[in-house]
Design a binder for this molecule. Sequence first.
Ligand code: HEM
Length: 440
Amino acid sequence: MTAATIPSPPGLPLLGHLLEMNRDMPGFLDRTARELGGLSRLRMGPMSMILVADPQLVHEMLVKRPQDFAKSWRTTRLLQGHVGDGLLTREGTEHRRHRRIMLPTLHTQRIARYGEIMTAEARRLLDGWPDGARIDVVEEMTQLTLRIVGASLFTVDDDGDEVFAAVHDFVDSLNAYLLSFGILPTWLPTRTHRWRRASVARMDTIAYDLIRRRRESGADSADLLSMLINAKDAEGGPQLTDAEIRDELLTMFFAGHETSATALTWACYELARHPEIADRLRAELVEVLGDREPTMADLGRLPYLDQVVKETLRRWAPVFLLDRSPVAPTELGGYAVKPGDILFFSPYVVHLDPEYWPEPHEFRPERFADGAQPGREAFLPFGDGPRLCVGNRFAEAEIALVLATLVPRVRLELPAGHTLKLQGQATIRPAGGLPMTVRR
Ligand code: HEM
């Protein structure tokens, strides 16, 4: 059985599936998953990668046998030059130690404190939108979630704009570097490499300065930075060093704002396309909140809002591609796989599996009514297993509170005849942004 060859969709000589992937990666992966199921091999010129499409096999890699599959060396190497050795790039004992230290900083009671920041920043965004304004929702939501993560992590005020501009540039340069696949050695003075060096140096100055100032002041601002500085490992390991805190801060910035911004963008898109869903949501919010702003405590009393958030994360799982690599020769789904093989999977593709989600391309919040949901393996917007997103509760609260602030006060309209083109990189977003008109 394990000698079987992993099937491959028809491709071009030499180029393989490169053109189709460049043209429409989300559509190509969705079609390949439905046609070939389980595992399929995709070729990009000399490189090949294995798409794991069956939700059960993804679950096996992430949850049942995580010790057999590490993050791929390629992804780790691509990320390390920017975020160093943060949670995203660590493995084994050190990964576990850092998670033990970080998790309490993001558990539900702590996040409750960030609720006010989330609502206040959403309100500030809304106040900057005059009636009739044409906005790019991708850009607006990116600025919003950046400010929310920044205010929660650093408590930035006076020097906020400089910090946000630096983080924006840092994340853009990281995305550009990921797209270059790190094929060229980093000492070559390409535009991407020079940009990477400059943006990392700028962020280093800011991060170390923030850490030094916080240590010197001895203040406990009850934000992530203070929590990281004071964090104790429950199993008695050493506290985090400045370099480790720097890596975790940059990791949080990278992992924690584009993802939420993408989810909020898709929520706005679907609410504009489904006025009946937007009306029902608005009615629930007005009934429960009146005209006051939402708090974290309200979220348990807003079941339809919860369904809209979950259906957004299902239909448009923001994190598009993830990967793993076997740590030793093994098998998956009846095929032999070995170290060096890149096994990639996509929450977006898993969430479009019609065996679990009837008419999966339709946006229907009621799928999640009364806690209904197919098996855990079919819904993984935040991954699963030992690498489950540490920001999942933060992100869910953030999306819900931002929507609960915006939806009763504003309607966002898509331009007439708008057509959607997808761009699937680290996250899946509308290519070229999402223009919408504000109706107050
Ligand atoms: C809608 C928003 C978000 C989505 C869809 C999302 C999704 C994910 C996914 C799928 C993973 C797993 C990666 C893997 O298995 O290789 C992950 C990991 C991670 N996420 Fe999130 N995330 C979101 C928001 C956030 C936020 C707000 C933060 C921080 C405040 C955050 C921090 C992290 C970190 C640090 C990891 C690495 C965890 C580890 O490897 O141990 N994420 N996220």
